[in-house]
Design a protein. Structure first.
Length: 338
């Protein structure tokens, strides 16, 4: 069990970031079958030929996948949390390439401890004096092949999740922000302070840490699962599954209710309505759905006139979300409530 003690000032110092590099790593885990695809199975099936080609063309991709572990240590230097708001793959990759060889060797040794010895061609890569460069090149190739083609849509979903999460924390505190982060995460309150508890292993052995005013870094992921960072030199961070991904990278299974909604309002308006399970701006909907700005704006106007969506302005940003009637229709169509 992991326990992170949180003080009163940590709410103000908690930050949010998007990690393209992290998405490349997590997408590689799904493509390699190390992590269950779940609702992203249509995506995994679609990119399977690309993944096989990637493995043939870039042997170090096999070395990356050989390092993947579940419920145990994974080398941090190949998946570092971003130092700023994130969103810049080149900057994150530069940080990986700058890893000192000595630290990389220590982390790789710890990563491999307890695993079966990797194949000889993988071991040669991991033993190479250029191992940091080889793994960074494999990360870059994985990004180009698996994630970059869909990045505008992916980023839209991640940004929407961050806005929602930040709003919950600012308005209602840690309990609300963590309530649906992941089933393994819970909040234990002590007045203005408290403890974030993460079920990571033994229920009786505790790994305790204190934010001590440094705040927490929260990062959503489309492809991944829960990851915690609690060791130097990285900031305290939690990577958690983003909401609203079920219809993102592949067609969802058609349900009787979903077909009825499409007949009622049309396929594009139905897609816009389902996409608003998480509040979004017009620009984010354009990126996610692949429709033109004018088309999305027109559908939003019709749905708003019909009482199915509403909009809220914050500064220069306008976000749309379901009304209770719109939510009922969208959920009847097979979507998952927020």
């Amino acid at each position: 069990m992991l326990a992170i003690e949180v003080g009163p000032v940590d709410v103000a110092r908690t930050r949010y970031a998007i990690s393209p590099l992290g998405e490349a790593m997590q997408a590689l885990r799904v493509a390699a079958g190390v992590q269950a695809a779940g609702p992203l199975r249509p995506w995994a099936e679609r990119i399977a030929p690309r993944y096989r080609h990637l493995r043939r063309q870039v042997p170090a991709v096999g070395a990356l996948t050989a390092l993947f572990r579940r419920g145990a240590y994974n080398a941090d230097f190949i998946h570092p949390p971003p130092s700023g708001p994130g969103g810049d793959f080149a900057a994150e990759l530069a940080a990986v390439r700058a890893t000192p060889l000595r630290r990389a060797r220590l982390e790789l040794s710890r990563n491999l401890a307890g695993l079966r010895p990797p194949p000889r061609h993988v071991q040669r890569i991991l033993d190479s004096p250029d191992v940091v460069t080889l793994l960074a090149d494999a990360l870059e190739a994985s990004w180009r092949a698996l994630v970059e083609p869909d990045w505008p849509r992916l980023r839209a979903v991640l940004e929407r999740d961050l806005v929602r999460r930040a709003g919950h924390l600012a308005m209602y505190g840690w309990a609300a922000a963590l309530s649906d982060l992941d089933p393994r995460v819970s909040w234990r309150s002590r007045g203005q302070a408290g403890t974030i508890e993460v079920r990571t292993g033994s229920p009786t052995e505790w790994d305790r840490h204190q934010l001590a005013g440094k705040g927490l870094l929260l990062m959503p992921t489309v492809f991944g699962t829960l990851i915690s960072y609690v060791e130097p030199p990285w900031p305290y961070a939690l990577v958690y599954p983003a909401r609203g991904i079920a219809d993102l990278l592949g067609s969802a299974a058609r349900t009787p209710g979903g077909e009825a909604l499409r007949r009622l309002v049309g396929p594009h308006r139905a897609a816009v309505l389902r996409a608003l399970n998480v509040p979004a701006t017009t620009t984010q909907l354009v990126a996610q759905l692949g429709l033109s700005l004018g088309t999305v704006g027109s559908h939003l106007a019709v749905l708003r006139d019909a009482g199915l969506v509403t909009r809220t302005r914050t500064g220069r940003t306008v976000r749309y979300e379901h009304t209770p009637l719109g939510a009922a229709l969208a959920h009847t169509s097979g979507s998952v409530p927020p």
